[in-house]
Design a binder for this molecule. Structure first.
Ligand code: UD1
Length: 419
């Protein structure tokens, strides 16, 4: 259990490189089980979720060779489910992708119900409906979920856009017999990165219309090299940190188009933004203005930036309204922000934030990854010292966070708070 001690008040200023996307890395890593040839991945972020995924794959017999920073060779040719240890998967929501990736190779493999961030109900009914539509038999038990059978192409419409269920549908369809047509599917950059990776390996996947994905099953995939796409949530989080502290930041290795959902909002709140081909710089000018937004699937405002934006709104000059219909209960962190002086009312999946609060450093606990990033933002802007307990939850998804904050001028000390 780690904790971060942070002295608020420093204006963040400097330049950092954006890492590879967590939400792309996890499905791509698990999809390696569809291959019988080695696959080389670059730009994997050094985060605990990626280490946990690599350990899971290793326990399934995938040979893993680390070839330098962010670069890993995975050889799944002798993968085997005998004696595998899936206990780690309980802490990793992405482990659900094992179902789609192994339904042919290890039929009946029982995958524990997924962990990951705990911010309310996170159903998996759509994943299971897709599997059933593809002719697979789904079994649920206390130990977890398993699927067996030979996947067959099918038509499936997602009544709700789901990143996870779209990924599982693609993974089961890539080697299936026949054509799968998905409509209402997710089109997040991390889903498109998975598709680009699989296409480069010989998968036949097309995107004929918004929300539509057509997959023609192929007999096999071929070994390939792939560079994981940049993490737009990490990039967005650093922009919000900078807005909170009134500083100036340059981000490298991020095409600004990826942040089209965020940059106009930040401009409206008082940011001056300059963009390059794969870089951008942001400086806050004057007082922060309030914001109103509603989360939506890509290209809408991501639910993964909702907690950080709510924390930023506490510092704005006026009332902000932030709604999260994707995960209406994703406001559990608000009680921690209130300890620091925030004035936020939450009802029906919507936060009404009375801005202009003076935040004060406190001991707070990160309830989950993005909520932890929101508390870090509040601590950066607060007067005095904060201790963020369970900082390990934040390290699940942000590579080199403490180092980056220190390089940008924040006063931070990471310590081991014990078990
Ligand atoms: C979601 C985000 C994703 C983010 C991730 C981690 C969206 C659309 N998805 O992905 O960008 O990286 O959280 O925070 O923004 N749902 C069902 N049944 C299911 C699956 C999902 O009803 O079987 C509902 C969920 O309750 C939610 C919506 O669909 O309201 C989207 O969930 P989903 O995209 O599946 O969640 P994640 O894959 O975790």
């Amino acid at each position: 259990m780690k904790e971060l001690t942070l002295l608020g008040g420093a204006r963040l200023s400097g330049e950092i490189g954006v890492h590879g996307s967590k939400n792309a890395a996890l499905p791509i890593l698990f999809s390696c089980l569809l291959f019988s040839e080695p696959v080389e991945l670059a730009n994997l972020p050094d985060i605990t979720d990626v280490s946990a995924a690599l350990s899971l794959l290793s326990s399934l017999g995938v040979k893993i060779v680390r070839k330098g920073r962010g670069r890993v060779l995975l050889d799944p040719s002798s993968a085997c489910s005998d004696g595998c240890d899936l206990s780690l998967s309980g802490s990793l929501r992405g482990s659900l992708y094992l179902l789609g990736a192994t339904c042919r190779r290890f039929p009946g493999l029982t995958v524990p119900r997924p962990g990951g961030c705990n911010f309310g109900a996170r159903p998996i009914d759509l994943h299971l409906s897709v599997f059933r539509a593809m002719g697979l038999t789904v079994s649920e038990s206390e130990e977890g979920v398993s699927v067996r059978g030979r996947p067959k192409g099918a038509r499936f419409h997602f009544p709700t856009v789901s990143v996870g269920a779209t990924v599982n549908a693609i993974l089961s369809a890539v080697l299936a017999d026949g054509r799968t047509v998905l409509t209402g599917a997710a089109r997040e950059p991390h889903v498109l990165d998975l598709i680009a990776f699989l296409r480069a390996a010989g998968a036949r996947i097309s995107l004929p219309a918004p929300g539509a994905v057509v997959i023609d099953g192929v007999p096999r995939l071929y070994g390939v090299r792939h560079r994981v796409c940049p993490d737009m949530i990490e990039a967005g989080t650093y922009l919000l940190f900078t807005m909170a502290t009134g500083g100036e930041i340059t981000l490298r290795a991020i095409p600004p188009g990826e942040l089209a959902c965020l940059l106009p909002l930040l401009a409206g709140m008082g940011a001056r933004i300059g963009t390059g081909v794969d870089s951008l710089c942001l400086a806050r000018t004057g007082k922060l203005r309030p914001v109103s937004l509603t989360t939506a699937p890509y290209p809408g405002f991501p639910t993964d930036l909702q907690p950080q934006m709510t924390a930023l709104a506490c510092l704005a000059d006026g009332e902000s309204v932030i709604a999260d219909p994707i995960f209406p209960t994703r406001f559990g962190y608000v009680s921690e922000l209130r300890k620091m002086g925030a004035k936020i009312a939450v009802a029906d999946g919507r936060a009404v934030v009375s801005g202009g609060s003076r935040l004060t450093g406190r001991n707070v606990t990160a309830p989950d990854l993005r909520a932890g990033a929101a508390l870090t933002l509040a601590a950066l802007a607060a007067e005095g010292e904060s201790r963020i307990l369970r900082f390990d939850r934040i390290e699940r998804g942000y590579a080199a966070l403490t180092r980056n904050l220190a390089a940008l001028g924040a006063s931070v000390t990471l310590s081991d708070g014990g078990a």
